[in-house]
Design a protein around this ligand. Structure first.
Ligand code: F6P
Length: 410
């Protein structure tokens, strides 16, 4: 049989390593002849836009470059499949295209919404006695997938956030005047990535002095009081705030746009808070939105994250060949010191469209900081640096020239 692999949802630094994990592991099995890449996630299977991975990953150099390239070499999508009961035609199209290429197993690398696709395909295949295995491979910088200790992509994003924050601390502490610097961090409705900035304390930094996560109700008045209090001790105050924090007393500052899964495009809380501080507290203030840099800065990726991403991709191939389907691969943390994880799998129905929030017991009582548990949890995930290949003084990237991008027809 042949297999198909696709990448879906928001990019990360580790999603290409998972693609490599599937591709390289599949090559070890006689049962698998060809691994196809589906371009732009599930859309590639709908529009029959597949590439033979053997044609594009031809030698060790390609492997090395793909491993260090951020984002998704096969493109991505935020495509919500209808239920097969409402629209069986799209499923018939997918199955016809899979049969045309003799695909017996499909691997979908993605987050909560992508697991919805895995679940729906598996439901359809099972209901119609179609023997095609479908497996989910986790990925998201948000780290919000249930039943897995963490998600590939999170460790690298956390390493970028903490490193950048450390550089911001150095820069913003040079003047003797009072200042407030607000750093806005991604993570959608969860605060995992914002909380990870606390790892700087392991390096003896006092900043970020204030950390606000969406898991706690935010009060603008309390925020201003918190800043005034911290200013008694530090002249350069650094604040980490999650993009998903909702502000009371403030008119809508988001664009109001939503994606296909109904998620709001979140951006602007840092700027909104900057304006409030400028008005209410008489001091220098800046806001910095880390934006997409935090999910594509592969030059600062965590080696452990990248190697785990590859490992979990490989494990998915074995699981499918062992007969598993409708599952997502997971990490179980066995120990923290020394760090050790086991790869397992869980029913995707327990994961799809669900959110794993940052533990409330890891947030301090005042709701403006995280506990030592958060630091202990994050530290192992940001360890190690990749050996990077550079050209002209710049990191080299692998770019798939054929077939990408293809405009959506329906
Ligand atoms: O889910 C990953 C993520 O990067 C979120 O942190 C962020 O809110 C969202 O994706 C951004 O979506 P898009 O990639 O569509 O801009």
């Amino acid at each position: 049989m042949n297999i198909a692999i696709a990448q879906s949802g928001g990019p990360t630094c580790a999603i290409n390593a998972s693609l490599l994990g599937v591709f390289r592991h599949a090559a070890k099995y006689d049962e698998i002849e060809t691994a196809f890449g589906s371009v732009n996630g599930i859309e590639g299977l709908i529009y029959d836009n597949l590439v033979k991975l053997d044609d594009i990953i031809t030698d060790d150099n390609d492997v090395e470059l793909i491993r260090q390239t951020p984002s998704t070499v096969l493109g991505s999508c935020r495509y919500k499949l209808p239920s097969y009961k409402d629209d069986p035609a799209i499923y018939e199209t997918i199955v016809n295209n899979m049969r045309k290429h003799d695909i017996g197993a499909f691997f979908y690398i993605g987050g909560n919404d992508s697991m919805d696709t895995v679940m729906k395909l598996d439901d359809y295949f099972k209901a119609n006695n179609i023997d095609i295995k479908v497996m989910g491979i986790p990925k998201t910088i948000d780290n919000d997938l249930p039943l897995t200790d963490h998600t590939p992509g999170f460790g690298s994003a956390a390493k970028y956030v903490a490193t950048t924050m450390k550089e911001i601390i150095r820069d913003s502490s040079v003047y003797s005047v009072k200042s407030v610097t607000i750093v806005e961090i991604m993570g959608r409705d969860t605060g995992w990535l914002t909380a990870s900035s606390a790892v700087l304390r392991a390096d003896g930094e006092s900043a970020p002095h204030l950390i606000y996560l969406p898991e706690r109700k935010f009060s603008v008045k309390q925020f201003l009081d918190d800043i005034r209090e911290i200013q008694k001790q530090y002249h350069a105050v650094i604040v980490a705030v999650s993009e998903g924090v909702e502000l009371d007393e403030v008119e809508e500052f988001q664009s109001g746009n939503v994606d296909n899964f109904g998620h709001k495009y979140l951006a602007g809380v840092g700027k909104a808070l900057e304006k409030i501080v400028a008005k209410e507290i008489n001091c220098k203030v800046r806001s910095i939105e880390l934006n997409v840099m935090q999910r594509c800065a592969s030059h600062l990726s965590s080696k452990r994250d990248i190697s785990e991403a590859e490992r979990i991709g490989g494990a998915a191939v074995k699981a499918a060949l062992d007969g598993e389907s409708g599952k997502m691969m997971t990490f179980k943390r066995v120990a923290n010191r020394p760090y050790n994880v086991r790869v397992e799998s869980a029913d995707v129905r327990e994961i799809a469209n669900r959110v794993k929030y940052f533990p409330s017991e890891w947030i301090n009582e005042a709701g403006n900081d995280v506990t030592q548990d958060a630091i202990e949890y994050c530290l192992p995930l940001i360890q190690g640096e990749q050996n990077f290949r550079y050209q002209n003084g710049l990191p080299q990237h692998f770019v798939l020239k054929a077939a990408l991008p293809r405009e959506r027809k329906i």
